[in-house]
Design a protein around this ligand. Structure first.
Ligand code: SF4
Ligand code: FES
Length: 233
């Protein structure tokens, strides 16, 4: 079948404003949208820019708006989106070129929540053990691949790039509820402000956008409860 791609192009160094460019490519129903972008880049227009690496929903590098919805290009099949596909960069981050956005503000928010295990207690001989129940407490948020689909689908983030955003909150959740970690209080302090968890209005765009099916809004709610009660359990 023939598929028409309408791709939002923009090179800030040479273009006055973004514009759509159309390409028609041969495709199979089970082709990924990423396959079609590769066809364009490799055979029609080598100037087209986008990020990708694993091709299998693991690296998180190819989040983009596909027919108006944040998705990973490698996880969307042609048969799911039809023969006319509009592809645009994710919103709220500056475009570097075409579908490539500046991820640095996103990673700055990520770093602000201390996304690593903090425990200065002398380690036991062997490992810092935890029970299966303790491990299960934060299992959902371990699945995050930092694709930014959630944060850049969030109207609160569009309104203010200062908002820490759902992805950083998910990363904070992954450590706050880890029984081996000792920095929950500091992370809750980081998130307990106007640009932290209280900026979320429970719109659920983040949960809908997440390619890993993480219950993002639920994680945000749990952190709010911990801030309000002072309990991390
Ligand atoms: Fe991507 Fe989901 Fe992680 Fe957000 S929570 S960055 S959508 S994997
Ligand atoms: Fe790695 Fe899509 S290319 S997640």
């Amino acid at each position: 079948m023939k598929v028409t791609l309408r791709i939002l192009r923009y090179d800030p160094e040479t273009d006055k404003r973004p514009y759509y460019e159309k390409y028609t490519v041969e495709a199979e129903p089970n082709d990924q949208v990423l396959d079609l972008l590769n066809k364009v880049k490799w055979h029609e227009d080598g100037r087209l820019s986008y990020r990708r690496s694993c091709g299998h929903g693991i690296c998180g590098s190819d989040a983009m708006r596909i027919n108006g919805v944040n998705r990973l290009a490698c996880k969307v099949l042609v048969k799911e989106v039809g023969t006319k596909i509009t592809i645009e960069p994710i919103l709220g981050l500056a475009v570097i070129k075409d579908l490539v956005v500046d991820m640095e503000p996103f990673f700055e928010q990520y770093r602000s929540v201390m996304p690593y295990l903090v425990n200065d207690e002398p380690p036991p001989i062997g490992e810092r053990l935890q029970s299966p129940e303790e491990r299960a407490r934060f299992d959902d948020t371990t699945k995050c691949i930092l694709c930014a689909a959630c944060t850049t689908a969030c109207p609160s983030f569009w309104a203010s790039g200062q908002y820490v955003g759902p992805a950083a909150i998910v990363q904070a959740h992954r450590f706050i509820y880890d029984s081996r970690d000792r920095a929950a209080v500091e992370r809750l302090e980081v998130l307990n402000n106007r640009m932290g968890v209280w900026r979320c209005h429970d719109i659920f765009n983040c949960t809908d956008a997440c390619p890993r099916d993480i219950e993002v809004t639920k994680a945000i709610g749990e952190i709010r409860i911990s801030i309000a009660t002072g309990k991390v359990d």
